[in-house]
Design a protein around this ligand. Sequence first.
Ligand SMILES: [Zn+2]
Length: 256
Amino acid sequence: MLLQKYNVIGKEEVYAYIKEKLKQELNGKEVYTPREFVSNLRLELSKKGIELNSPHQNAILGIISCRDEVVKIPEGLRDLNYMDFSSLGALYISGKEGLEVLAHHLPEEKDKWIVLLHLPHIGYDMENEKFGYIRRKGQKSDSPCCGAHAFLKESKKVSGKNLNPYTELHLIYQVIANKAKVKNDPYEWTKSLYKENAFYLAEALIEVVKENALMGFFYLPYLQVHVQDNGMKEEGIHYDVFIPLEFRIFYQNDQR
Ligand SMILES: [Zn+2]
């Protein structure tokens, strides 16, 4: 249905339609197009004196997204220098050491910041008003999105024992396995999973900021939603929108 609309009207109108629909579904939550997401982010950072671009760059960016082929980092972020902390399932698994490396890549400015963008993803079927699935290019039926979660939650073949310990799925399994029963709603389940990951991250970030005498950090989590309807599934295309998650953290180091 939406695809037919798209053929007639422009991309902006399709986005407006999607935003309205998702806003209703999520009780008025903010929904950003990729362009709005990037411009809001720039604005928010500049209000706090954080600059990711030269010549006055005083911050370094880290991005945590899923390795899934459907994930696309929006234009305007892709061309920035950033460190990629992505994993299958978009969980942060690089430890405090990963953040220390990030801190050592900061430019030689006085007041330095770390900006961490956490971008987990989820599919949304507009026709059936359902989160958690997407139609991938060349496939005839829908598959779970985020697929890494579904694989670890649902597969009867998987247990902590038969996953190779040298893989990230093994690590993620340990985080996810004991939460499989928490929520059946993929949207709520996804949020609860990343909230816990955010608290772990914040602790490690505070230590790294203090140890390296940085100004602070800004941790910004957004859910990347891949929106499709029946008409678009045939072609395996989708529209991405971004929903800010509520557990964002701004930390300023007062001990400097
Ligand atoms: Zn995924």
